[in-house]
Write a protein that binds this ligand. Sequence first.
Ligand SMILES: NC(=O)c1ccc[n+]([C@@H]2O[C@H](COP(=O)([O-])OP(=O)(O)OC[C@H]3O[C@@H](n4cnc5c(N)ncnc54)[C@H](O)[C@@H]3O)[C@@H](O)[C@H]2O)c1
Length: 278
Amino acid sequence: MAYNLLKGKKGIIFGALNDKSIAWKIAEKAYEEGAEIIISNTPLAIRMGEADALAAKCNTIIVPADASNVNDIENVFNVAMQHFGGKIDFLLHSIGMSMNVRKSRPYDDIDYDYLNKTLDVSAISFHKMLQTARKLDAINDWGSVVALSYVAAQRVFYRYNDMAEAKALLESIARSFGYIYGRDKKIRINTVSQSPTLTTAGSGVKGFDNLVDFTERMSPLGNASADECADFCITLFSDLTKKVTMQNLFHDGGFSSMGMSQNAMLQYNKSLDCHSCD
Ligand SMILES: NC(=O)c1ccc[n+]([C@@H]2O[C@H](COP(=O)([O-])OP(=O)(O)OC[C@H]3O[C@@H](n4cnc5c(N)ncnc54)[C@H](O)[C@@H]3O)[C@@H](O)[C@H]2O)c1
């Protein structure tokens, strides 16, 4: 059910690869809620993914860009402003990539070139988008910017590897730029820390299915799906959240506040009685 929450608003969605992508769901919902959007991804992702289908569904265009390349980002904003005939109101950064994760490099034996790439693509690209948008004055006053994060920014998650550093940096950029953009243009910047979600990027982490199962059981409300994440992001782009800024907002069914659950305690006690487990 749509509420016209984004009627008259215009936005850019970075990171929709296929219909599992969180950005894909956000693009669909933004369009349903009355927004005009343009979508962007790397040339390779556009070739290999299903961006054409999303563009057709949302009646829009695709602008290729490597988010770590400032010229590419500048081009996306310029094309968007031309396309819309004015500035945008919202921006989604839904981008993550780690070669150390992809190549299963253990955290104490990571490749530093890969680390630089992880940070550049997954976090510094967010700064590049914000700095470019500000220089071009591409976002309307009271606009809203959201980037997707993960609880590994605060706590250790085995095998999440250098993406943890990327997410910590991403969340810090949201705060630091949130101050400047809020002070000068009333533009708000937040990160949404989402439950593990079965997408192409998510499934790149080894043992991901087990993690999804663990967090599902530990979260009082269960894991948040990509669709539910999209609903939440729509509220952040809407005028209903105009004074929320510089926050990392957990959208995870309560997982991030849990320590021990009743079921986990029962299971733990059972394992103490298990003699074959010694
Ligand atoms: N899936 C999860 O469990 C989960 C949980 C919390 C947060 N997130 C975050 O959500 C975001 C979206 O990931 P997803 O799970 O939808 O997976 P996804 O694989 O569908 O999306 C990742 C996107 O990043 C894009 N990308 C990679 N390198 C890029 C570059 N150089 N320039 C531009 N785009 C580039 C990919 O093409 C892809 O579209 C990421 O920031 C991810 O870390 C995911």
